[in-house]
Design a protein around this ligand. Sequence first.
Ligand SMILES: NC(=O)C1=CN([C@@H]2O[C@H](COP(=O)(O)OP(=O)(O)OC[C@H]3O[C@@H](n4cnc5c(N)ncnc54)[C@H](OP(=O)(O)O)[C@@H]3O)[C@@H](O)[C@H]2O)C=CC1
Ligand SMILES: N[C@@H](CCC(=O)OP(=O)(O)O)C(=O)O
Length: 419
Amino acid sequence: MNVKDYMQRVGQAARKASRAIAKADTRQKNQALNAMADAIVRDSTKLLAANQQDLDAARAAGLDAAFIDRLALSEATVASMAEGLRQIAALPDPVGEMDDFCYRPSGIQLGKMRVPLGVVGIIYEARPNVTADAAGLCLKSGNATILRGGSEAFHSNQAIAACVSEGLRVAGLPAEVVQVVETTDRAAVGELITMQQYVDVIVPRGGKSLIARISAEARVPVIKHLDGNCHVYIDDTANPDKAFNIAMNAKTQRYAPCNTMETLLVHTAFAEFILPRLAEAYWEKGVELRGCERTRAILGDQVVAATEDDWFTEYSAPILAIKVVKDLDEAIEHINHYGSHHTDAIVSEDYGRARRFLREVDSSSVMVNASTRFADGFEYGLGAEIGISTDKIHARGPVGLEGLTSQKWVVLGDGQVRG
Ligand SMILES: NC(=O)C1=CN([C@@H]2O[C@H](COP(=O)(O)OP(=O)(O)OC[C@H]3O[C@@H](n4cnc5c(N)ncnc54)[C@H](OP(=O)(O)O)[C@@H]3O)[C@@H](O)[C@H]2O)C=CC1
Ligand SMILES: N[C@@H](CCC(=O)OP(=O)(O)O)C(=O)O
């Protein structure tokens, strides 16, 4: 396959399809979403067989447990993919919503209309459910999409793509509204991020290697969905049970997701009290601890000495960095310096400190007395999510339908001219 020619054809077709989907009515889009869900349920055996092919290859390649966990489909996850599409169908259609109308002194009436972005290219990890979620959200928000999932999920993604195509066909929409790239060649990513004439925005979901390439080569606007180096800061006013439960859940509920805590910060006046209880529970779950000098003084040599690199690291694994900090200022400074502007939480009963944390930590979700694992489109009531934007533009944090649209100005007059 000549990847350049192939991607040019994909881009051209997406641009054409974006015009059709932008004007499709809500009933037609919902029909497509429900038909996709029906096809996924009907073809679940085929989807699981395709996924098994991917899993066998991933295991043979020695990929780790967290990776396999992301890649694996089960009857339950296939059912929830279909359910996700039905939930997207049930959400209000944002396209064409008009608001903020007012009269200007000139007599014109001014407001805003919500519109699709156009063609959205999404590059994501080997997690097959993203194919269905992203296809559904882009469709409902009136966008055409080009999906490039992780190569290890190739067979699963192609099987899901067949169900998506069927849904589009049943609703009489062009098949090119959702295209799943049919090659694992990374040259396709290079094309996707430079086709300004066909692609309006790129959503890269991934880690360091993807970030490096996007930063160096992208010519299309980007909404970055990058790594999650998330923190929990336990203040000395924290309720001990809340602190314990949140710190455990944020690290151990699942190790791979980007909203999992990677560094725990603890106020110096609370460290001797809370750290031994936490460490025991982490060790029981097999979590390796890497700590600053003070942490090691409290917990002993079983804690590996943390290096400067640890504070920057997203382990995506049962490893946790721990740092004892002097006060809230040091915690905020640490998070803003070493973090990835994804999701950070404070555990505190002090209203003023909690408010400062919310205001001063520069991350897409800031939380008080809650686990970072809540940073998720479904948990936030968006139905599903494209991912978690670590950018600062209109789409920040979990991105759903609204994040896939923008607004244009609408002017209503009855003959006014500018004097
Ligand atoms: N903010 C968010 O919403 C999310 C963030 N993430 C982050 O993603 C990371 C985990 O995912 P991981 O599996 O490591 O993801 P990777 O970054 O390895 O891969 C993600 C996608 O990017 C592609 N890719 C990676 N490097 C390149 C490159 N140099 N050129 C072209 N394509 C490239 C991959 O393709 P290929 O298959 O060829 O490797 C894959 O499709 C973590 O850091 C996690 O926090 C994950 C999910 C959501
Ligand atoms: N928002 C999702 C996580 C998204 C994400 O991080 O994906 P991944 O890194 O592939 O596990 C959740 O909370 O499960």
